[in-house]
Design a protein around this ligand. Structure first.
Ligand code: NAP
Ligand code: 12T
Length: 337
């Protein structure tokens, strides 16, 4: 467990990646009490340095002794790396906040969004999981409504940015876009189809039941974070040619009747949420506006007139911020409170 200190030795594992980069920026921006920052990536990155505050920090590769003396390690180097290294880190007495999907559904591992279930941090055994990006922004918006009217069922469709897949996918969207505009041949390496000027109903691998892993993460992680196995969730996750910011169309059925105005008022007072909902002025959340920002933005709040107790809303957030790096740093902040 974490001993109280004035400042902590913090590690970022996967420091050269899209999420890792953002973690370093968020630690600096929020003035996390860092005694020393250690940066890790693959052997390919040995020799590189990355800036934190006023210093250039070398990127190291991992070995069995890497985690000695480290208090908190933020992992974002893929599930395979987390599977091997998170238990090693935890064993050397360091608390791991893991961004990969590896430990999320492990019953021994809390899955935490601080606005929703900070209380679950109490029972961690050295590893804490950061939920999937699409799930994080959705549960931030669902929790206050669940508390007010009890959510029975959620139908969600996502519109996800390529940065969720990492740096290579951002390069691919840029490359394909320039190639298209220059009448050059399109190459697909990261996704099975062209992503530029297209929409792919496919995120992560397909499973036996016809859903993708990303869709089932939204179903299973939502129940675990909300601490309510009775909430029924169904999801369709879609990749769109956007660099940063996931958008979601969320349909909710509640036990108690709740009107759009009440939802607007509840969400306006809820932590981590900005209600951005003035359709008469063309005001609703957009991914290009939320990129680089911290909150979860909610708009298009309206009654689902096809059922008795239904609400539709549009939820947008920066997938690299609240969806990944920011949530992980907020978990670390809770741990040292
Ligand atoms: P990325 O841009 O491709 O970065 C991958 C990072 O992992 C790089 O720093 C890479 O280092 C490092 N890495 C790869 N192999 C390694 C090894 N053998 N040992 C140590 N480090 C290694 O990907 P990303 O988008 O940042 O995502 C990284 C992780 O975060 C994934 O696990 C992903 O599931 C998770 N993630 C979670 C969410 C979420 O929903 N909360 C969102 C996005 C990503 P090199 O530069 O040296 O190759
Ligand atoms: N495949 O951490 O491609 O479970 O957008 C997050 C994002 C997996 C994850 C993506 C993914 C995760 C993506």
């Amino acid at each position: 467990m974490l001993k109280k200190k004035d400042k902590y030795v913090v590690a970022v594992v996967g420091a050269t990646g899209a999420v890792g980069n953002e973690m370093i920026a968020v630690l600096e921006e929020r003035k996390f009490p860092v005694e020393k920052l250690r940066l890790f990536a693959s052997e390919r990155s040995e020799g590189k340095t990355l800036q934190f505050e006023d210093s250039e920090i070398p990127v190291e590769s991992l070995n069995e002794d890497s985690f000695k003396g480290i208090d908190i390690a933020l992992f974002s180097a893929g599930a395979e790396r987390s599977k091997i290294w998170a238990p090693i880190a935890a064993k050397s007495g360091c608390v791991v906040v893991d961004n990969s999907s590896q430990w999320r559904m492990d019953p021994e591992v809390p899955l935490v969004v601080p606005e929703v279930n900070a209380h679950d941090l109490k029972w961690h055994k050295g590893i804490i999981a950061n939920p999937n990006c699409s799930t994080i922004q959705m549960v931030v918006a669902l929790k206050p409504i669940h508390d007010a009217a009890r959510i029975k069922r959620v139908v969600v469709t996502t519109f996800q940015a390529v940065s969720g897949t990492g740096k290579k996918a951002m390069d691919e969207l840029l490359q394909q876009t320039t190639d298209m505009l220059n009448f050059r041949e399109i190459k697909c390496n990261v996704y099975p189809h062209q992503i530029a000027f297209n929409v792919l109903p496919h995120i992560d691998k397909f499973l036996e039941n016809g859903y993708t892993k990303e869709e089932m993460k939204m179903v299973n992680e939502t129940k675990k974070i909300m601490g309510d196995e009775s909430i029924r969730v169904t999801a369709t996750t879609v990749r769109v040619p956007v660099f940063r910011g996931h958008s979601e169309s969320v349909n909710i059925e509640t036990e108690k009747k709740i009107m759009p105005n009440e939802v607007r008022s509840i969400l306006s007072k809820a932590p981590g949420i900005v209600v951005y909902d003035a359709p008469e002025k063309n005001v609703y959340p957009l991914p290009i506006d939320v990129a680089g920002k911290d909150p979860v933005y909610v708009g298009r709040i309206r009654e689902d007139e096809s059922i008795d107790n239904g609400i539709n809303m549009w939820v947008v957030s920066d997938n690299l911020r609240k969806g990944a790096a920011l949530n992980a740093v907020q978990i670390a902040e809770e741990l040292i409170k």
